[in-house]
Write a protein that binds this ligand. Sequence first.
Ligand SMILES: [Zn+2]
Ligand SMILES: [Zn+2]
Length: 250
Amino acid sequence: MKLHAVLSLIRDSVSSVVFPDVCYFCGSIKDSKESVICAECRDSIRSVPMPFCSVCGLPLPALENSASDFCGSCLSHPPVYDKARYGVYYEQQAREAITKFKFNASLFNVRPITELLIEAFNRHYADDKLDAILPIPVHQRRLINRGFNQVVTLAKKLSDATSIPLDRTTLVKIRNTDPQVGLPRSKRIMNLKNVFRISCPEKIANRRILIIDDVSTTGTTVSEAAKTVKKAGADYVAILVLALRSKKGG
Ligand SMILES: [Zn+2]
Ligand SMILES: [Zn+2]
């Protein structure tokens, strides 16, 4: 390896310690010490904008927005959960940061996505009273292969920032599923049927629960988890997904 490549590797790995004022994405000097993302990069990360459906949180088509706060789907088939919201679109820097973290769960890589998740929480849930945060689980087999569930790490960071207790054991995935990406909606729903279980219903009954996931396309997985949580007697079930994947690829 050439000397400059070695130096570049060393610089990258220690930059979070030695150069804390450098933007995670573009490497430029940033003004704020609170954020690892510079103002310019944050501006280019698109948050899911208004108007969105007040139940499922998905963007409303322009035609629907003046008539109602609800999308057609929530009007005709109200979801079992009470409220779902998305942080940013799964594209460009957001996608880069989520992917990097999935393959290397370093403290350095968790910082930008934690910031985006906390920002989304503050935007959508600052006034909600919530008793517990439940991350979307992965099946035991996948956990053994990968070694960790990135959603648990994210949920823990949100729990630390909000003081809402993290519950990582009550919502369990009992069946390994094929990846949801690319499947038609009907197949996605079938794929997920009875895939979650509640290990300890007393921890859910009459409580206000927030379910966390990192990426979603239409919320099928989180909806199925919410159904399981609601059936176990939760009083209120809310969902927060860090990134919304566009249906047209991305
Ligand atoms: Zn930047
Ligand atoms: Zn809706």
